[in-house]
Design a protein around this ligand. Structure first.
Ligand code: A3P
Length: 307
């Protein structure tokens, strides 16, 4: 099955989720060939839910012993988080022929993906102790962020997708790696059944108290902050280094590129909870609330929609 795409002519249904043909090739190569290690860390996310932020925080935390978060030479000051924590489906695997040797990468290796839990290969899910840190965001803000982003990165020759049309597709589940509810529920259920395997985070919780959430990530990954580190302000330094204000203003993020030649600057827009109020009509709110109620009902999963 295929449906209208947001920034390419069509999205195709692959293993129950929507993606572009190039992604299908990359994902199937990743599924077939990726060799996981016990020490691997996977940042899994719904697109536009705080991937860049979580990648930066995780990279800075896991590498804090050899990259001091206050160093003027920190890798995050010179590289975009997506270049330090590469996506399987955009960067590492691209075609059937392209099977990279990732065995030499320094451990712990940190990777990123938007692939739903049910489609992650067994070496990650069952055969190793690979840890998965997941983040999602309230679907109203995720929708607005996705709509802006896809209009920014689409080919210049094709017209912008009107918000009404994008919204209709989103509510039907037709959006990259959607339906969003299946994506969230897959990781949510696993985080309940196997809390040592999947840590489930929400963008709104990070916005409310990023220090607290960062400490949870560190504990989950087996590298909790020591009392001494806490007293020396290491947590605060990492949070500051990875903050929206800091990252957005870095030269590399104003001018560089990531993935398939997308400009880094498009990754940093507003970084707020509740920007949806500026774009949603009352009937859009009603419709998406209904979809959320119907799809997430009984799961225990809910979202804060305002600051
Ligand atoms: P908005 O479009 O609402 O501003 P992703 O990284 O998954 O692509 O998500 C992008 C969203 O996260 C964008 O949201 C972006 O502005 C926001 N974002 C990027 N870096 C951030 C940071 N360091 N802190 C908070 N939000 C950030």
């Amino acid at each position: 099955p295929r449906e209208k795409g947001w920034r390419t002519p069509y999205l195709y249904l692959y293993q129950g989720f929507w993606c572009q043909p190039t992604e299908i090739l990359a994902i199937s190569t990743f599924q077939k060939h990726f060799q996981a290690k016990d020490t691997d860390v996977l940042i899994a996310t719904v697109p536009k839910s705080g991937t860049t932020w979580l990648k930066a925080l995780t990279f800075a935390t896991l590498n804090r012993n050899h990259h001091s978060p206050t160093s003027e030479n920190h890798a995050l000051l010179k590289f975009n988080p997506h270049n330090l924590v590469p996506f399987f489906e955009y960067t590492l695997y691209s075609t059937k022929e392209n099977v990279p040797d990732l065995s030499h990468l320094p451990e712990p290796r940190i990777f990123g993906t938007h692939v739903p839990f049910a489609s992650l290969p067994n070496p990650i899910v069952r055969d190793t102790k690979t840890k998965i840190v997941y983040i999602c965001r309230n679907p109203l803000d995720t929708f607005v962020s996705s709509w802006f982003f896809s209009n920014k990165i689409k080919p210049k020759s094709s017209p912008d997708l009107p918000i009404e049309e994008a919204f209709g597709l989103f509510c039907k589940g037709v959006v990259g790696f959607g339906p969003f509810w299946d994506h969230m529920l897959g990781y949510w259920k696993e985080s309940i059944e196997r809390p040592e395997k999947v840590l489930f985070l929400k963008y709104e919780d990070l916005k409310e108290d990023v220090n607290l959430q960062l400490k949870r990530v560190a504990v989950f990954l087996g590298c909790p902050f020591t009392l001494e580190e806490e007293n020396c302000g290491v947590v605060e330094s990492i949070v500051k280094l990875c903050s929206f204000e800091n990252m957005k203003d870095l030269e590399v993020n104003k001018s560089g590129k990531f993935g398939r030649n997308f400009e880094n600057k498009f990754l940093f827009r507003k970084g707020e909870i509740g920007d949806w109020v500026n774009y949603f009509t009352p009937s859009m709110v009603e419709k998406l609330s209904k979809v959320m109620e119907e799809k997430l009902h009984g799961s225990g999963l809910s979202f804060r929609l305002h600051k």
